[in-house]
Write a protein that binds this ligand. Sequence first.
Ligand SMILES: CC(C)(COP(=O)(O)OP(=O)(O)OC[C@H]1O[C@@H](n2cnc3c(N)ncnc32)[C@H](O)[C@@H]1OP(=O)(O)O)[C@@H](O)C(=O)NCCC(=O)NCCS
Length: 166
Amino acid sequence: MIKQPEIKKPVVKQPVVKQLDSIYYVKDFTCEVDSLNAYLKTHIWDDIDKNLLSCFAAINNSMEVVGYYTLTTQTLSTNNSKSASVVFIGHLARDKKHRGTGLGEHLLIDALLRSYTLSKASIDSIGIVVDPIDAFVETLYAKYGFIKLHDSGKMFIPMNVVEQLI
Ligand SMILES: CC(C)(COP(=O)(O)OP(=O)(O)OC[C@H]1O[C@@H](n2cnc3c(N)ncnc32)[C@H](O)[C@@H]1OP(=O)(O)O)[C@@H](O)C(=O)NCCC(=O)NCCS
């Protein structure tokens, strides 16, 4: 029997990721989750202007946003009733046109790197928290070492594990 050659996905050059700016076009951004489309187009600047979060976006050659995520800092209660700072990665999404190209993972790695840098530079977080929307996204986060938190659907990765990843 002739052995079929392994089908390899082409290596895709990923768009550059930058801090969101109003010069970039968001009107055509479409992922599978309507609330993430609407948030980018209508609400995100309210939260940025209030300093509630930072947004980083993948920008294509036409200055369009083709993916994005947000970073916030939060306080987590620990077992010994103390609190600790964590970085929260939210709103992770890539445009449908980039499905299967690895852009989502590219954004996640970018988010891990920025969270780590932010933590080292100022806030000294113990780790990163995410809130996966479904089992597929949970698997994606688990692949990078996120573990489920007991009392919620959220997942956590300690900053020293992030340090080994990047
Ligand atoms: C989560 C996300 C960023 C991951 O991006 P990614 O790692 O680049 O992965 P892709 O979306 O390109 O999907 C990779 C493969 O998984 C499949 N897949 C994607 N979402 C899926 C889901 N919910 N269930 C099952 N399969 C799924 C895709 O069809 C694709 O298959 P293909 O390679 O055969 O085309 C991206 O799927 C996305 O933006 N989804 C919509 C928004 C969202 O759910 N965000 C999560 C918020 S917590």
